[in-house]
Design a binder for this molecule. Sequence first.
Ligand SMILES: [Zn+2]
Ligand SMILES: [Zn+2]
Length: 234
Amino acid sequence: MLGDLHVHSCLSPCADITMTPRGILENLEVGMISITDHNCCGNARTFWKVCRERKVIFLPGIEITSIEEVHILGYFENLEDLERVSKVVYEHLPNVKNDPELFGYQLLVNEKDEFTGMIEKNLSLATDLRFEEVIELIRRNKGIPVPAHVDRRFGLLHQLGFIPDLDLRIIEVTRRESMLKFRRKGYIVLSSSDAHSIDELGSRYSIFPDGIRSTIDILTNIVEGKIKTIWDTM
Ligand SMILES: [Zn+2]
Ligand SMILES: [Zn+2]
């Protein structure tokens, strides 16, 4: 079974406005997805409903920006835990109103693909939470923290230059060489598309064993390292 656990919806200012539930699900070729918008999960419930109708497993997720401008993914078993984290993250964003013309629209959407509102604060800015505080926030709410695209801009190695000693076992990479390097060090490696537009969907994904039925199954397989990346098939 294939899963793409890093996709941005039209809520992320940098994502295309065509990244709506229908836009994404009609072009999706994997059976599991996580919508990981920047610093807010405002569209998670809508996607959860639409995914359920289409028999796609939806993993609640978010991509949080720490004060060091490190991007960290958080994955959760249920929506309530995600929403609690998202609320805290939003409170820690600077009080700066988004300018859609400059940064892009931050659109809330319903199951019929209708835009229902906009998020006020600029979600592309960094929170005032330190990296370790973000990790702690995710864990305290029963989530799994995964440093995003560690090998490129806004990734942990790129921003900090090292991996802090916080018992981080799972990371996301964007290249085969990084996968090999981190596996040698004992890390569990995820590969996802980080799609911001329809044509980027499926550009990377992770491979799970068959028989996954729930968010718990996804999280258990990740934690137990039973996943492969797109480069394992090449
Ligand atoms: Zn990112
Ligand atoms: Zn992203």
